[in-house]
Design a protein around this ligand. Structure first.
Ligand code: DLL
Length: 439
């Protein structure tokens, strides 16, 4: 099912809507938000210069730093009294990014999330369990509103207390699970340890996952644990762009459909800021077309992906973005090689003897960067054969070397020994940062 007619417009129709809204939005930001006005004035661009979608590239970028410089409300276009809700994303350094919504913004947000939920197979008949942390994180309340809007029944169980989550899943006969992919895997693991087989004893048939990356290998793992028939999709968003609802996978699983009547996506070279041709991989830049409280013009997401525009077999015509291959800021440079944690994950998850939980530790010893990967075995019994362990270690190292051209020390751990995460997983420890090294 397709939720909104805007998902099936012709390219010409989409572009017409985008241009009309872009003009309005640039005017709105320029006249109401001083930092936008200053930045545009500095490069001599005025709202009337935006006459075609091509002119988008005349506009300066907006960055995370702008939020820091104007914390908390300096980028807002309406008075605080006009805001209906505030969210924030937890910054790892410094102040969080504060975002806000007018009543109309909230309606658009809800509508966008509804589209994505329906894309992933959700219906009014679903019993939903939302295992994102409720609070300032946009994930929980965003999915909550979008799913209620399509008529589903929503249980806001929030994150944590995994055994209780499983009890609710059983008792409520939950059919749809909302979580980060890593937490969804953890829930399945805990269920099994309680003697509950998620495939047979639970009723979950849809997983709407997001907030962090889900590789294909992880999707396979999801099917192995939750059952081959589970509809496993991921969706994408970020606080600065409302939250979830920017894009999502349909059941064809070939990219995440962007809600293009609300967001214009561009791909740029992160080093030069140059817009890249269609199909090339680079940093995703998003311009919000309807957000009134906190307009976002050419926001640099730091997420790396690629866009494509052919209509999808599902009937939607909206542009799609590929699963993210990382973020410009989580790219590790190890001995001069650019490494994304997702590349390592792809290698690890293709090896059946190891589980989906791992940690990458990067250190500088002497003058050399070293990478250590701690990964859990899928099964304790593998510890019985020393030769087997050695062969496995060799296999992992070989796999990593062929993808990254780098050697890594591998440490195989017993199942369950690495920390689990109820929200977004933390997979990388870069000890070089503690040394104040610029890497
Ligand atoms: O994570 C919004 C969200 C919540 C999206 C729930 C989907 C579901 P932030 O906390 O601001 O917002 O984090 C945004 O998370 O820039 C990406 O790096 C990452 N991220 C979000 N979804 C995905 C995804 C929410 N499907 C940041 N794949 C983004 C990979 C994702 N990374």
């Amino acid at each position: 099912m397709i939720w909104a007619k805007e998902e099936t417009l012709s390219r010409k129709e989409i572009q017409q809507i985008q241009l009309n809204r872009l003009k309005e939005q640039v005017e709105w930001a320029y006249t109401r938000v001083q930092p936008y006005r200053e930045k545009m004035d500095a490069v001599g661009v005025r709202p009337e210069h935006i006459q075609s979608l091509n002119d988008l590239k005349l506009l300066p970028f907006t960055k995370k730093q702008d939020f820091r410089d104007h914390y908390p409300f300096g980028l807002f276009a309406v008075e605080r009294e006009k805001l209906k809700r505030i969210h924030a994303s937890s910054g790892t350094t410094g102040k969080p990014t504060v975002v806000g919504y007018t009543a109309a913004d909230m309606d658009n947000w809800t509508e966008n999330v509804s589209r994505i939920a329906v894309m992933g197979g959700a219906t009014a008949a679903d019993m939903v369990q939302i295992c994102f942390g409720y609070g300032m994180f946009t994930g929980a309340l965003g999915l909550h509103a979008g799913l209620e809007n399509i008529g589903a029944t929503v249980a806001p169980t929030s994150s944590g207390n995994t055994k209780k989550q499983i009890m609710f899943m059983q008792d409520l006969k939950t059919t749809l699970l909302v979580a980060t992919p890593s937490y969804a895997l953890h829930i399945a693991e805990v269920a099994r340890s309680m003697g509950i087989d998620p495939q047979k004893d639970l009723h979950v048939r849809i997983g709407l996952f997001g907030g962090e990356g889900m590789t294909e290998a992880m999707r396979d793992e999801m099917h192995r644990l939750w059952g081959p028939d589970m509809k496993v999709t991921q969706n994408y968003g970020m606080s600065e762009l409302n939250g979830p609802g920017v894009s999502g996978e349909c059941l064809e699983l070939c990219g995440m459909h962007i809600n293009e009547d609300h967001f214009i996506a561009e791909i740029i070279d992160p080093a030069t800021g140059e817009v890249l041709p269609e199909g090339e991989k680079g940093e995703l830049v998003i311009t919000c077309l309807t957000k009134k409280a906190l307009p976002m013009l050419r926001y640099r997401t730091m997420d790396i992906t690629r866009l494509f525009y052919e209509p999808c077999r599902c009937g939607r015509t909206t542009a799609r973005m590929e699963s993210l291959s990382g973020r410009t800021d989580d790219m590790l440079i190890i001995r001069g090689v650019n490494v994304f944690p997702t590349q390592i994950e792809e290698v690890l998850l293709q090896i059946p003897e190891i589980g989906p939980h791992y940690e990458i530790i990067v250190e500088r010893i002497g003058h050399l960067d070293t990478m250590k990967i701690q990964v859990e075995l899928a099964d304790d019994s593998l510890f019985d054969s020393y030769a087997g362990l050695e062969a496995l270690e060799k296999k992992i190292r070989g796999g990593l070397r062929s993808i990254l051209g780098l050697d890594a020390e591998i440490k195989l751990l017993a199942p369950g020994s690495l920390p689990r995460f109820e929200g977004k997983a933390k997979r990388v420890t870069d000890k070089r940062k503690d040394l104040g090294l610029n890497c």
